[in-house]
Design a protein around this ligand. Sequence first.
Ligand code: 6PG
Length: 489
Amino acid sequence: MEASAAVSRIGLAGLAVMGQNLALNIAEKGFPISVYNRTISKVDETVDRAQNEGQLPLTGHYNPKDFVLSLKKPRSVIILVKAGAPVDQTIEALSAHMEPGDTIIDGGNEWYENTERRIIEAKSNGLLYLGMGVSGGEEGARNGPSLMPGGSQQAYGNVQDIMEKVAAQVEDGPCVTYIGEGGSGNFVKMVHNGIEYGDMQLISEAYDVLKNVGGLSNEELAEIFDEWNRGELESFLIEITADIFKVKDEGGEGELVDKVLDKTGMKGTGKWTVQQAAELSVAVPTIAASLDGRFLSGLKEEREAASEVYSGIVGVKSSVDKKRLIDDVRQALYASKICSYAQGMNLLRAKSDEKGWNLNFGELARIWKGGCIIRAVFLDRIKIAYQRNPNLASLLVDPDFAREMVQREKAWRRVVGLAIAAGVSIPGMCASLSYFDTYRRARLPANLVQAQRDLFGAHTYERVDRPGAFHTEWTKLARKSGSRVAALK
Ligand code: 6PG
């Protein structure tokens, strides 16, 4: 391809699955795009696809210089390579040919602090930088992802028209918005993934209860999830779950889902979410339970051995009304999900406060309504809740969500009670319910913990009836009153 003609509006480097599909999406929306990859067969593959998918305006380049020089100024380049060192290497290769005012956009699942470092490095060369979360997998990248760009607002201004066309479209606009400064785009994507882990865990628990307490078959499960996908739980993850139950095992009897090894892999964004929550002292027990669930799933052999040790435990199986159980599980799933989203949004708030990002939570919920993995009808309700009150302390105290929690509370407790009695572990639903029960209580047993801390460490405590920090000689006083109690006997 002729290197000197600067014809493309934008460039994309890194042509693995996500990169190829996003490049084709951009081209399809009418923006001429240049693409580049270190392994040149990927370039040819992408050019061929562009031809076959409607002669899209996409040109391939085999070296960084030709690639960069093929872009109109100010140049904007999206890079979609593995997070970490490969991003630095790609930036180095490309920026050698870029000029002040040009922009680099990293679309990977990057650790937000790497983006903050790169923003500073780019600035020292006069370059602008965006760290952009991209969600929706292969299909989303090709047909409309949810995009979470953060960093230089000027850089976003240069590509806003492209991003708004390329993103998924929902009734209230494209699923993209400028998130904020620094690494905010990556951070928001990271929390999106934490919420994604929580959703997947909760859905798998609903499946477990329906199957192992309710005795539902895969066929019935497919039907139930299809039905749920027509109501308040309507979402991408519920929809794909229904599909999963329908797939037969081509290599044997029954459905494929039963042949899949019960060990969950991960790439790490969920773990970062929980680490960040701990750093910021924000409780995210449902998301943490989903992470622990993945860790424990990995101990397949240990679990098999433990199941022998405890083979005598069978749980209390009471006869259940199937229809009622299904309806209760639906409600338990919905209520648990609200708690999980409340945790994720509160983590975002804490980080936004710490970094001064001024995140717009209503907008975040809106751009998650389409394109991304957690897309769901109920995100519109979250959007409305934050639009009504941008300073909402928690989704749990939004009047609409509070009403829904109250309506579902009994069914939720019935499901948790049944599962616990039957010995079916539901860590996500339990974590959500405990979170709810803790959050809604004006008084907790934390008074006793404070007293213990003061007794053994003189850490002091506050009182409910007067201000100040107090210390008590608990042991001495206890001995005194202890001898009095003994004397009374
Ligand atoms: C998305 C997803 C995606 C993520 C995968 C895998 O929004 O499109 O979040 O970015 O990489 O879901 O994540 P784990 O391998 O950690 O489960």
